[in-house]
Design a protein around this ligand. Structure first.
Ligand code: XLS
Ligand code: NI
Ligand code: NI
Length: 436
């Protein structure tokens, strides 16, 4: 017996590109094989509990537009929410979900109550996972909503807040492990600052470094096999977030000796806020060997904040999945829709329609990316552009076999006299457009 929240809607099916049914997939066909792998196994879609089941549709000028029957701070409501969530995952056929502790349990009056509530819900989830086969892509702790975190969690000037946050992460990592979660994410919520006038930046960075080391030490101690992921974001909620972008986070990981322990969860909207393209962030994470997972939600290009919209731009998705596939595809990671409806989309079916559109868009992007890779449409010209580096002298310059004087000798003796070559950008853009 279901909750009835989604009325008579049945499991969403693949009906092919010609279908006009808003409650059907036109491109996402889980069993279709792309580059030797099922689409479902490539994309590893996850639903974000917080936006889909918790966000009430507020904005700075107005209150809740969504009125869900589970909006109450009780265990009963938390269980109803879980029932609806697992019905939703099954209707969509999404293999994974993600949650923060605060999304799933009633808020307690202290740490002990929070932990008790979390553990009760984790047991409930374990039963639901076993019943449905739905899995946990990642768990995380909400260290930013409660007022105790207004000046940060790990980077709070008050050590009591650091302790409360650390203890909370421990319980959330325990919960994630218990539920077989494949990753544990730390997004630096309010880890940042508003003004240097009241901030000891070096002290706060050292706190964050120690905090993350504590998490990694504990992970090894309990034998958790999933990946620890940091999610970069440049601003919002604080003016200066410490985890600005991939490059900043990698420098942080190196400074605190964690670059082999921690990978990255990269969000499209955060890349845009940082003034990068999503594919830049993905390519950089690949280059540093720290690519982990993605949050697949776009921003409005005019807004300057995190609007968390479902993806709907196929060429953008194609270039993103091109980087994902070029790096070997997901291992523990996946495609999480950290995306929310617009606040006027108040019908239960809108939740399904938002995800269906996002999944179809990702499927088209994936197929376009796979096509480009299989045909070597971009990698062929790219290899050619760098072919000169295969030459003996060029190799010596790179691998340390040549000093600066030896390079000078080579340039003189062989009359090295470079001629500019076209970068062919328009030709390459036209190639991409053949696939999207
Ligand atoms: C906020 C972040 C957040 C993380 C999880 O901007 O994207 O939702 O993904 O804490
Ligand atoms: Ni996110
Ligand atoms: Ni975000």
């Amino acid at each position: 017996m279901g909750t009835g929240f989604f009325g008579t809607i049945e499991k969403i099916k693949f009906e092919g590109p010609a279908s006009a049914n808003p409650l059907a997939y036109r491109h996402y066909n889980p069993d279709e094989v792309v580059m030797g792998k099922r689409m479902e196994d490539h994309l590893r879609f996850a639903v974000a509990y917080w936006h889909t089941f918790v966000w009430p549709g507020t904005d700075p000028f107005g209150g809740n537009t969504f009125e869900r029957p589970w909006f109450a701070n009780t265990m009963e409501a938390a269980k109803l929410k879980a029932d609806v969530a697992f019905e939703f995952f099954q209707l969509l056929g999404t293999p994974y979900y993600c949650f923060h502790d605060a999304d799933v349990r009633p808020e307690g009056n202290n740490f002990a109550e929070n932990t008790r509530n979390l553990n009760e819900i984790v047991d409930y989830f374990a039963g639901k996972q076993a019943e449905t086969g739905v899995k946990l892509l990642w768990g995380t702790a909400n260290l930013f909503s409660h007022r105790r975190y207004m000046s940060g969690a790990a980077t709070n000037p008050d050590p009591d807040v650091f302790a409360f946050a650390a203890a909370t992460v421990k319980t959330c990592l325990d919960a994630t492990m218990k539920l077989g979660g494949e990753n544990y994410v730390l997004w630096g919520g309010r880890e940042g600052y508003e003004t240097l006038l009241n901030t000891n930046l070096k002290h706060e960075m050292d706190q964050a470094g120690r905090f993350l080391n504590l998490v990694v030490e504990y992970k090894h101690k309990i034998g958790y096999k999933g990946a620890i992921l940091i999610e970069p974001k440049p601003q919002e909620p604080t003016k200066h977030q410490y985890d600005y972008d991939v490059a900043t986070v990698f420098a942080f990981l190196q400074k605190y000796g964690l670059e082999k322990e921690v990978k990255l969860n990269i969000e499209q909207g955060h890349a845009i806020l940082a003034g990068h393209t999503f594919e830049h962030e993905l390519a950089l994470a690949n280059a540093y060997g720290v690519f982990g997972s993605i949050d697949m939600n776009r921003n409005d290009y005019q807004s300057g904040w995190d609007t968390d919209q479902f993806p709907n731009n196929v060429p953008e998705m194609a270039l993103a999945y091109y980087q994902v596939l070029a790096g070997g595809g997901f291992t523990s990671g996946g495609t999480n829709f950290d995306a929310k409806l617009r606040r006027q989309s108040i019908d239960p079916e809108d939740l399904l329609i938002g995800h269906i559109g996002g999944m179809d868009c990702c499927a088209r992007g994936l197929k376009a990316a796979a096509g480009m890779l299989e045909d070597k449409a971009l990698s062929g010209p790219l290899d050619e552009r760098y072919a000169g580096w295969k030459q003996t002298e060029a190799r010596k310059m790179l691998d340390g076999g040549f000093s600066l004087e030896e390079i000078e000798g080579w340039v003189l003796n062989s009359n090295v006299n470079p001629l500019p070559k076209s970068g062919k950008q328009e030709m390459l853009e036209n190639i991409v457009n053949r696939y999207v």
